[in-house]
Design a protein around this ligand. Structure first.
Ligand code: ZN
Length: 441
């Protein structure tokens, strides 16, 4: 009886513990994601600004953050102008948007300007990017999107797609949510934008992002400071609380969407299931314009993307950059030899004929990548090889990407998950061991 009693007690305790854990889990989930009510976050952030202890969520991406002379308008970025402002605050002042400065005590020395849309675009381009002119396609894309069109922008890699959505995000009063396929890409973009002095943040579906970091992000959103928020499709499609947050912003007409690497919508089976669910954007928030960014896209692909997102043809603009024709690319097709040794010899010969620049080798599967890496590495002792695919952990993938960017990896073997948004200008040879699904890959 005693034993039964003890077991019974243990059972009760175990059940209580389970309930307790569920309650804790729900509590943390609510704390982490209940972001509909932004006002308390706003008060907290304003208090920090008043007490001069504002430490933005992206501070660690700004070198020497603790010792640099900071902008008097936001206390977040490095001072760039003689009037004590960063590029962004200087843009706000020149645009006549004095209210956008976090420091409400800052008194501009100039008169308040009122600019039209073209002048604002020109001003933002000069102040943030330092360019006097936009490239062909960029102005049309920016104007179409800011005028409320769902806009597909097809400009080759390195052609300035980032500029298009960043300028739009700065001119738009609210927050621009950028949906991007991979965490590694997002982190890379975020770093790039912080270097430009643009307040942005990223949140993920499954991540060990500390609570204090997430709180800071929502404080900055509540202040209207964050201009760009990066998310993965998974976060958008699966997290109901995040959808509520968007609905809140939608009710105030303060949200816009950008889909980076939009061709993933067509190839979602190669990436993540969530891509096919992006139709929720128009279903839930029908009047929010979407900007779609892609490097290469045929007319048919563009129409397929449009229909899969349920975008009306009457509200759709397709903008292509000038140099769409890729004369610099040569495509050669070889018969793949069945014999493993002959196949690797053929690859080695191709690699040795391209001593300049770096090389990407695509395989169809993760195990194919690992096998090829194991085969090629001993045959190329003077080259540094890397492997990149979905089977590698997040942390390791970040390290591989950063080694690729630093030039420490000369030959990358990967699935087609690698390459999106990598923006390397010194890749002179791309080998597909298996025929790609379509020519734009
Ligand atoms: Zn500033």
């Amino acid at each position: 009886m005693l034993m039964i009693g003890k077991n019974y007690k243990d059972l009760i305790l175990a059940r209580l513990a389970k309930v307790y854990l569920i309650v804790i889990f729900l509590f943390f989930n609510i704390i982490r994601f209940c972001i509909q009510e932004l006002i308390p976050y706003k008060y907290k952030a304003e208090k920090r600004i008043r007490s001069n202890s504002f430490y933005p969520s992206f501070a660690k991406l700004i070198p020497d953050f603790d010792v640099i002379i900071k902008c008097q308008g936001c206390s977040a970025f490095r001072k760039k102008t003689v009037s004590g402002l960063c590029s962004l605050c200087s843009f706000y002042i020149s645009a006549g948007w004095w209210d956008c400065l976090l420091n409400k005590n800052y008194t501009p020395s100039s008169e308040k300007n009122i600019l039209d849309l073209k002048e604002l675009i020109k001003l933002a381009t000069k102040k943030i990017f330092g360019f006097d002119h936009l490239r062909e396609g960029q102005l049309e894309a920016i104007e179409a999107y800011l005028n409320g069109k769902d806009t597909l922008v097809s400009i080759k890699t390195g052609g300035g797609k980032t500029l298009c959505y960043v300028i739009c995000a700065l001119i738009f009063e609210g927050i621009t949510i950028v949906i991007s396929p991979l965490k590694a890409l997002i982190e890379d973009q975020k770093r790039e934008l912080i270097q430009l002095g643009i307040p942005c943040a990223s949140i993920y579906a499954n991540t060990i992002q500390g609570r204090s970091e997430q709180e800071k992000i929502f404080e900055e959103i509540a202040l209207g400071f964050t201009k760009i928020l990066f998310i993965t499709p998974k976060k958008l499609c699966l997290n109901r609380e995040f959808q509520n947050f968007i609905s809140n912003m939608y009710d105030k007409a303060k949200v816009r969407f950008v889909i980076d690497e939009a061709h993933c919508i067509l190839n979602y089976s190669n990436f993540r299931e969530s891509w096919k669910n992006l139709g929720i954007l128009k279903k839930n928030w029908s009047t929010v314009p979407i900007m779609l960014l892609t490097a290469t896209c045929t007319y048919k692909d563009a129409q397929d993307i449009r229909t899969s997102l349920e975008i009306q043809s009457t509200n759709f603009a397709m903008i292509r950059g000038s140099s769409f024709e890729r004369k610099e690319i040569t495509i050669e097709v070889y018969k793949r030899r069945d014999n493993r040794e002959n196949f690797s010899n053929d690859l080695i010969n191709l690699i040795k004929n391209h001593e300049n620049g770096r090389i990407i080798i695509y395989c169809a599967t993760q195990s194919g990548c690992d096998d090829l890496f194991a085969t090629l590495q001993p045959l190329l002792p003077d080259k540094s090889l890397g492997v990149y695919h979905g089977g590698i952990g997040d942390e390791q993938r970040q390290i591989i990407i950063s080694h690729w960017k630093d030039g420490k990896i000369q030959i990358m073997i990967g699935t087609n998950a690698f390459g999106m948004g990598v923006n390397s200008s010194d890749v002179y040879l791309v080998i597909h061991c298996v025929a790609p699904l379509n020519m734009s890959e």
